[in-house]
Design a protein around this ligand. Sequence first.
Ligand code: C5P
Length: 313
Amino acid sequence: MSGGVRRGVHADGVTVRVPAKVNVQLAVGAARPDGFHDLANVFLAVSLYDEVTVTPADELTVTCSGPDADQVPLDRTNLAARAAQTLAARHGLSDAVHIHIAKKIPVAGGMAGGSADGAGALLACDLLWGLNSPVQDLLEICAELGSDVPFSLLGGAALGTGRGELLTPVGAGTFHWVFAVADGGLSTPAVFREFDRLAEGRDVPAPEASPALLAALAAGDPDALAAALANDLQPAALSLRPGLAATLAAGTEAGALAGLVSGSGPTTAFLVRDEEAAAKVAAALEASGTCRTTRTATSPAPGATRLTGPHPG
Ligand code: C5P
């Protein structure tokens, strides 16, 4: 997290940029009594961003722009609105802000777009209200908002344990990615339920981070990372959306080093060698008719970052 924290209320508003994520390893344990699953979750932030702007207002309101804006809830259940409410309540402040989300991260796509907006609104309100909260306090609120929200604030590369909210930063070289965005989203709870259904009668081992994957990540070695990519939610996502198998095949046939479902899906992520390969694989995926659209990105990307100026273009 970065961004020139200054005290004082910024009447013109504050804009924060927040990255999407891909899970290069998502090891899922058995369901816990609280309904969550213990994870060994290797998060990587990618250079695909939402921008969250908060400005003082008469009441808490949310607007959204971007190609998928119509799929974003604009009420107080939006994670960005919940972030503002939670921070305001902690400090005995009014939550009367207008939150605008300029959305580029696919909605309900397994790339933590909603979590990004929660982390972005939290940092933006903290700056707007001049609170200058320690990052540990913000991370605690993020964990209350959702399992992936702390990572959206932190960015970079990290191992998430517990339900994914307990983060340990890990080393990561540069990697190139293509994302194939599917038609419609997948509900994360539904994918975890399908994971449980598929696991019925089997022993689910405790999730553990792969040393080979962490070494490949730190070394910036795309061939080794390609060989180690693993997502335990992938069979569940494929069971709910069988068409994703054709997308995965189209990406690897087009020259991707490897492909996997991103988080709970339905976005699929393809690791490629360089920028040139990214353009080629993206074009082939678009031509294949197996996805709605594609995005290219690099990793790691910084976490929630204040952009300079009240309304950066
Ligand atoms: O934490 P978050 O609100 O993002 O989680 C959404 C849902 O995903 C949870 O209600 C739960 O069904 C599922 N989940 C899970 N185990 C995790 C994280 C999420 O079962 N570690």
